[in-house]
Write a protein that binds this ligand. Structure first.
Ligand code: NAD
Ligand code: LMR
Length: 328
């Protein structure tokens, strides 16, 4: 049996947390041979702590063979102590009529505090995924608040957008989702994101050629993927939870266990590629192997794509400027 790894989950008793922690404990994230110790953080208020206690009772009742231990706490340093993985979910979600960036000031404080706690308490190899919105800017805040940890170990969740785009493309082309590769969602997890299937293949052939409908791409596909989160809120009265938890599992599993050469989208700090300034937390195409991601480089960028990529970059820079004084 492998040595257990420590997985911290914040907001563990929230909507996404409730769809997430049981799947992690069942081995769906890190493999069916990898024991885990869950270290769960919730707000100190009685209601949140009671809900967390209930979640832990249910974890016990599942009798997961891979669950080697669990901690429930309201102290970020205790939650992140020696953690190998952290899924930062706990934050306020948006409601109807809001944009994700409307959450910026309120949620930024959380990610400053948690970045500092990670810096102090976590394993030096910790891999961090930020789910709480606005995810890219929160990931950037956490990264900047943890100067002793490698910047590359902070990531933001674009995987839900990637999965949404995959499903729309599979339906349009009448092909199985699993047969599509080389898709990317550039930029911010916001309506300015740019889902781009110019390089996508299905069974090795060009998906773009198969679909052959640029009007659909620009007028239907791109806005539909970009506004899917709002459509879910409109329909459910609550933001996406099962699909968000599923995307978080996909993101971490692929990072830890590899993608076998398949492209996935991760929000990662830019290294300056594609004209995106260094350290901007931006959705890029990556492949993962041996616990590391590698950006897919040197893809040709046409004029339309450049405009789209610059637009989502400008929004990220605006968000960064909005929180700059808090980080100073
Ligand atoms: P929720 O309100 O149901 O749950 C959030 C939980 O976090 C609550 O239990 C709350 O008590 C807890 N929490 C709040 N502040 C905390 C803190 N400082 N420390 C620890 N716990 C804290 O919300 P949800 O639906 O689970 O969504 C969580 C976040 O994820 C929201 O910001 C939402 O917008 C975001 N989200 C992101 C994506 C994505 O693709 N990146 C997708 C869906 C949702
Ligand atoms: C989503 O994309 O579903 C989440 O980011 C929640 C939201 O606010 O849209």
């Amino acid at each position: 049996m492998k040595k257990p790894v420590r997985v911290a989950v914040t907001g563990a008793a929230g909507q996404i947390g409730y769809s997430l922690i049981y799947r992690i404990a069942a081995g769906e994230m890190l493999g069916k041979d990898q024991p885990v110790i869950l270290q769960m953080l919730e707000l100190p208020m009685d209601k949140a702590q009671a809900a967390l206690k209930g979640c832990m009772m249910e974890l016990e009742d599942c009798a997961f063979p891979l669950l080697a231990g669990m901690v429930g706490t309201s102290d970020p340093k205790e939650a992140f102590k020696d953690a190998d993985y952290a899924l930062l979910v706990g934050a306020r979600p948006r409601g109807p009529g809001m944009e994700r960036k409307d959450l910026l000031m309120e949620n930024a404080k959380i990610f400053i505090e948690q970045g500092r706690a990670l810096d102090e308490a976590a394993s030096r190899d910790i891999r961090v995924l930020v789910v709480g919105n606005p995810a890219n800017t929160n990931a950037s805040i956490a990264m900047k608040s943890a100067p002793s940890l490698p910047k590359k170990n902070f990531t933001a969740m674009l995987r839900l957008d990637h999965n949404r785009a995959l499903s729309q493309l599979a339906a349009k082309a009448s092909v199985p989702v699993a047969d599509i590769d080389k898709l990317v969602v550039w930029g911010n997890h916001s309506p300015t994101m740019y889902p781009d299937y110019r390089f996508a293949t299905v069974g090795g052939a060009s998906l773009k050629d198969k679909i052959n409908d640029e009007a659909w791409n620009r007028e239907t596909f791109i806005p539909k993927v970009g506004k899917r989160g709002a459509a879910i809120i409109e329909a459910r009265g609550l933001s996406s939870a099962a699909s968000a938890a599923n995307a978080a599992i996909d993101h971490m599993r692929d990072w830890a266990l590899g993608t076998n050469g398949k492209w996935v989208t991760m929000g990662i700090p830019s290294d300056g590629s594609y004209g995106i300034p260094v350290d901007i937390m931006y959705g890029f195409p990556v492949v993962c192997a041996n616990g590391e991601y590698t950006m897919v480089r040197d893809l040709p960028i046409d004029d339309y794509s450049r405009t789209m990529m610059d637009k989502t970059l400008a929004e990220l820079q605006e968000e960064q400027a909005g929180v700059a004084s808090m980080l100073a």
